[in-house]
Design a protein around this ligand. Sequence first.
Ligand SMILES: Nc1ncnc2c1ncn2[C@@H]1O[C@H](COP(=O)(O)OP(=O)(O)O)[C@@H](O)[C@H]1O
Ligand SMILES: [Mg+2]
Length: 387
Amino acid sequence: MTQSSTVPLASASSSSAESSPPGRGHGLDIEGITHRFGDVTVLNQIHLQVNPGEFVALLGPSGCGKTTILRLVAGLLTPTVGQIRIDGQRVEHVPTHKRNVGIVFQNYALFPHMNVFDNVAYGLRAQGAKTTNVRSRVQDMLELVQLEVMGDRFPNELSGGQQQRIALARALAVEPRILLLDEPFSALDKNLRLDMQIEVKRLLTEQGITTMFVTHDQEEALSMADRIAVMSNGVVQQFDTPTTVYDRPSTLFVSQFVGTTNLISGTLIQHNRESCVVSLADGEQMQLAIDPDMPINSPVQLAIRPENLRLSTEPSPNALPVRVDICLPLGAATIYEVRTASGIPIKVTQPRGIGVKSLVPGQTVYLTLASAHACSIFHVSDTDPSV
Ligand SMILES: Nc1ncnc2c1ncn2[C@@H]1O[C@H](COP(=O)(O)OP(=O)(O)O)[C@@H](O)[C@H]1O
Ligand SMILES: [Mg+2]
């Protein structure tokens, strides 16, 4: 990414930002975007409708096309096919400096030869704002990111977290209609990252700023976003709230990429309107309270989160006998790895409380689902080859 593309993308005329009441946010629609670099299709039929004031995360592995989406919205690239609208107006052919979109990249890229004040003032001056207005706006922005006493410092006199807050202040100074954040915290160490995540989320929610946020870190996406678009190979696999993405992954890829999941292969041998039976290796059977829309004898993958399984020392109908292999007491929870009679390993997380007796390796116990909806079932032809 070049230095020039990391500056706030100021509007030549700030009238659109000034005419809208602060805190309302602006809508962003990405409609049927396909993007090719030469012969290579890196985005395929992307549809994302971002509501005014919403905080949306683009989550996916490296190379899946997240940054390309931000560059298209910012106007650093023109889509091969499709439309981008801000507040309903098409912008694919509006130049970058007229889109009024703010962008913050991973490496913050403050101008090293300018002090903090001048860095934050950069976009305002580029817009031709009056000196007195620049001064008060920069002061407001520095107060917003709680660095009002740092105006005279140079970037190399700031910590990584402070530099990132200044980069954010610089992007927000020009009142962008849309804020784009590309892995903004990935260069920060873990504790600082958490502080910044909380602070930035609070700040942007208070200001009602429509934000598109790129990350490859599923925890960051789950904790910060109003909605998450989970991507792989240039395709949006699911666009939904964090809890829905986690609890109801729509594809095998999503179930694996977001959170920890047990994947268990089997064959669908029975189903009716309320339940189905899946035969695992060696004929072990699991009865599930779901009615998958697929024919009998379909090869399937079950995706079950470790916390959605229960272990009991007492047998019960539908319980699968398993043997405890490994027991890891991790503070609040214990993680067990158990094996079925045919050797399929399954991870189970159980809350650990005072008086709850740990299971021991070698012990035979009985595995059940915590609830009827604790399992997702996918036809194996749904398998994304990139998984
Ligand atoms: N300017 C470019 N020319 C050719 N290929 C590119 C260019 N920019 C990105 N790509 C390719 O497009 C794909 C998506 O890249 P990118 O959007 O940066 O992914 P992400 O941000 O999810 O890691 C990658 O395969 C990358 O190599
Ligand atoms: Mg990227």
